[in-house]
Design a protein around this ligand. Structure first.
Ligand code: SF4
Length: 342
């Protein structure tokens, strides 16, 4: 009989497992803490459980981490991990160390169905949703290998659209932010969506405290549809309404991600349209430059154009930052993840 993999269960689900075994629910909390908080994966060393229970766990359960296929390091220190899932599908995780903080960028799906025109993952097509264990496993692998201080922040900006894998993403957030689990402060975790409106509203009502980011990339409906095809289904005016709903309920600002593509969305008019669109929305704007993917036909604008664009935004928008691209040489930058093993 194959053993059940315990990676990916929330505290409540672990308690339920023990109850279904005819054991006390509090053992679920003990096990949850051992696995996620104490990094103890050997049932026999869980010293607050009886020998009999430890033997039973050994016989019926296992903790199966993700299998690493490849690890590459960029000249700027960015690291990319390629994992093989149990069914062989590859996914990627990126660690971006910076002076003040280090960010782990995790995947929520193998491939992606949304086919954003600038994105290598979108070009792969959709393979399948990741399980909670496969999402959490990315963090645990990096933590176990590189130490618990190897990242301070987590972003769902790797492969996939997390709100198209909503329930698993929310359960993964529960494990990450539970103080008995991975214990990461919710303000250091960000879920990034391209604008799945019903799920933005649902997330607003969920009580989950992790930050929300929107990959906007264009301030008009016509340009947005060209870059992010799902915008046809979720139009810009309704999207801004949903973000207002989110900020109203949560009292938190939303992060707006705007990638500049040369000659497409980087003009003075684009900057003015962006400032107008976001007027009144509690937000921070993150301006990035395009990371070219071979064959997709997008380029980054010059530094001069980037400066002009952000200088128009500065006095008109509450908070604007310009983020440097990281890990381009190893295809680990935003939009470049395509999970190919060399
Ligand atoms: S940018 Fe995000 S949502 Fe769009 S295709 Fe790529 S992974 Fe999917």
């Amino acid at each position: 009989m194959s053993k059940q993999n315990l990676l990916g269960y929330t505290r409540g689900q672990m308690e339920d497992i023990f109850v279904s075994l005819g054991e006390k629910a509090y053992h679920g909390k003990q096990l949850f803490k051992w696995l996620y908080n104490n990094q103890q994966y050997d049932f026999q060393l869980m010293s607050d459980m009886s020998k009999e229970l430890r033997n039973r766990l050994d016989n019926e359960f296992e903790f199966r981490p993700l299998e690493l296929r490849q690890e590459v390091k960029s000249t700027d220190g960015t690291e990319k991990y390629l994992f093989a899932l149990d069914d062989g599908h590859p996914i990627e995780t990126v660690l971006i160390p910076e002076a003040e903080r280090s960010t782990l960028c995790i995947s929520s799906q193998a491939g992606c169905a949304l086919a954003c025109s600038f994105c290598a993952t979108g070009k792969m097509g959709f393979v399948r949703n990741l399980t909670v264990g496969e999402m959490i496993g990315q963090l645990m692998y990096v933590r176990d290998r590189r130490g618990s201080d190897s990242f301070t922040n987590v972003v769902f900006m790797g492969m996939g659209e997390p709100f198209n894998n909503y329930d698993n993403t929310l359960n993964a957030l529960d494990i990450m932010c539970d103080h008995s689990g991975l214990g990461i402060a919710a303000r250091r975790v960000t879920v990034s969506t391209v604008g799945i409106i019903p799920k933005i509203r649902k997330y607003a009502e969920s009580g989950q405290k992790a930050n929300l980011a929107l990959s906007l990339h264009a301030a008009t409906q016509e340009k947005r549809e060209r870059l992010v095809p799902v915008a046809k289904k979720y139009p810009l005016d309704e999207l801004i309404d949903a973000l207002c709903y989110y900020t109203g309920i949560t009292k938190r600002r939303v992060m707006i991600e705007y990638i500049l593509f040369a000659g497409i969305n980087d003009s003075k008019d684009d900057a003015l349209a962006l400032a107008r669109l976001l007027q009144g929305l509690p937000c921070k704007i993150n301006v990035l430059t395009c990371n070219p993917v071979a064959g997709l036909g997008f380029d980054a604008p010059s530094d001069e154009i980037v400066d002009t664009f952000v200088n128009i935004l500065y006095p008109r928008a509450p908070a604007v930052t310009v983020r440097k691209s990281r890990g381009q040489d190893i295809d680990a930058a935003c939009g470049q993840l395509a999970a190919k093993a060399d």
